[in-house]
Structure formats: structure tokens, C-alpha cells
Unconditional design. Structure first.
Length: 268
């Protein structure tokens, strides 16, 4: 970037100082707009670019995104292409990167190449990811690997919901879990475990025409392998299912969703 700006300044040598300031300010504004994350546009249904999902023996595994889980019969996977640059600019309302969406096939839209789009499904399970330790709320925490917990993650999620004007937020149940972390080479080789929670919540979204919603979510915090000279990365893995509270019973997610939750493993 330094050599590019030097070239720009050299090309402006023939204009006045005031004109140079105006032009450079305009260039800087464009650069900022190009690189600011576009948070929240997935909720506006901007279509994500996907890749074919490989399901073997009823299990979907994505080593690059670091997870595997069972896919119930009659359900399909929209595997988000995280190497496609525009997808990095698409997030949910809280700014989490969308990794995959799993939904009943009858609610999915077929896409050329044997793929499916689940973004319009009303019964989808979403798999999301974020680097919690890089969030401003956690940047002041020393030793993130030991001091960012699933309780902190849950509190962060609630604060995000309140910031989007969600009301009547209630935690109906919260259960501590440990989820296996396995190697890419051997799904039976457990390397370590991740601290997690299964949380049932109800809430009123800010959209006035919606009634109370109920969600079941797995929130997991995973310290990644430290890199010399860099701040410890703690990933937040967020697997969630939601729907109208009147249509989803309390006490546990629907059987198909429960199968997915119980089979969830992380890969590192």
C-alpha cells in the first residue's frame, strides 16, 4: 500500500496542495468503503455462493471450516464457499461468518450442479463462526484461551440481541456440554474437547409483525493453536435453530435437529 500511495502522490505533483488533499481524501474514502465488513446483509437475503456438499454415510464433514455432523434423511446442506471473497462480507446480524445451512430438502431451492440453497428455509440449522478474541468486547482480556468461556459467549450473544432491540429475552434452559475435537485424518481420534452450552431461549425480535421466537443453540469456545508473536485466537462456534415459539415445543429441539446437535464434532 505504501508504494501505491507514493505513486498516487507522484502523479499529483502538478496540482495544488488543496487539490491534492481533496483528491487523496476521496481516494481514502473509497478504500475504507471497500474494506469495511458488510455486517447484517445476510438477513436481507443476499444469496451466498456455495460449493457442492459431500455427505458420506449420512455425515457432512468440512475440514476447512472445522466441523462434522449427522445430516438427517430428507435434509440437505448448503455449504458456503468461504474461499469466495464476497462471502466474507456477508454475515448474520451479529456479524458471525456463515459457514453452512442445513435444511429440509422440501424447503430448499435447487441450484445448478446438484446444490441447494437453504436461505429461505423456515426450519434451517445455521452453522456460524467468529473469532471472539478479536472482538472489542474481549480484546482487553488477558490469556483469552483460559478466560473466554461459553458463559462469556452467551452473555455476548444476549448483549448483541439487546443491541438490535430484541425484547423479552429469556433463557429457558442452559446445559453445559463438552464436544469432541478430532483430527482431520481420523474422526475416532479425540485430540481434546471444547467447552460448550446447549441453550434454549425465547425472545421478541425487533420486527413488529413477528411473535415470540424460540431458539436452540450450541455455543462453543475453542482456543486455537497459538501463533508466535500473535494474540491467542479463541473461536466462537455457533450452531443454531429457531422458529416461532408457538410452533416449537419447550424442553428440547425437534428430533432431527437434536440428532445434528448430538453428532456435532469439531475438527482441528
Amino acid at each position: 500500500m505504501h508504494s501505491v500511495m507514493d505513486t498516487i502522490r507522484w502523479s499529483l505533483s502538478s496540482v495544488s496542495e488543496l487539490e491534492e488533499i481533496i483528491i487523496l481524501t476521496a481516494i481514502a474514502t473509497v478504500v475504507v468503503l471497500l474494506f469495511v465488513p458488510n455486517v447484517g446483509i445476510a438477513s436481507a437475503q443476499q444469496q451466498l455462493t456455495s460449493i457442492p456438499a459431500v455427505i458420506q454415510n449420512g455425515t457432512f464433514e468440512n475440514i476447512a471450516d472445522g466441523f462434522r455432523m449427522h445430516v438427517p434423511y430428507g435434509w440437505v446442506v448448503q455449504d458456503i464457499d468461504n474461499l469466495h471473497l464476497p462471502n466474507f462480507r456477508v454475515a448474520n446480524e451479529a456479524g458471525f461468518l456463515m459457514v453452512a445451512i442445513i435444511c429440509p430438502q422440501q424447503e430448499a431451492v435447487p441450484v445448478a450442479g446438484g446444490m441447494y440453497n437453504c436461505e429461505q428455509s423456515e426450519n434451517a440449522v445455521e452453522v456460524l463462526h467468529d473469532r471472539l478474541s478479536h472482538r472489542p468486547e474481549f480484546e482487553t482480556i488477558e490469556d483469552p484461551a483460559n478466560n473466554i468461556t461459553s458463559d462469556d459467549f452467551l452473555a455476548f450473544i444476549i448483549e448483541e440481541m439487546q443491541g438490535r432491540n430484541y425484547t423479552n429475552i429469556q433463557i429457558i434452559n442452559s446445559t453445559d456440554l463438552t464436544i469432541n475435537i478430532t483430527s482431520p485424518e481420523d474422526s475416532n481420534a479425540t485430540i481434546r474437547t471444547a467447552e460448550a452450552k446447549l441453550v434454549e431461549m425465547t425472545y421478541q425480535p425487533s420486527t413488529l409483525d413477528l411473535g415470540d421466537m424460540r431458539s436452540y443453540s450450541i455455543l462453543a469456545t475453542i482456543p486455537e493453536n497459538p501463533q508466535p508473536g500473535l494474540r491467542q485466537i479463541v473461536s466462537g462456534e455457533f450452531v443454531t435453530y429457531e422458529g416461532p415459539a408457538v410452533a416449537i415445543p419447550s424442553g428440547g429441539p425437534p428430533p432431527a435437529v437434536l440428532q445434528m446437535f448430538q453428532s456435532l464434532e469439531f475438527i482441528r
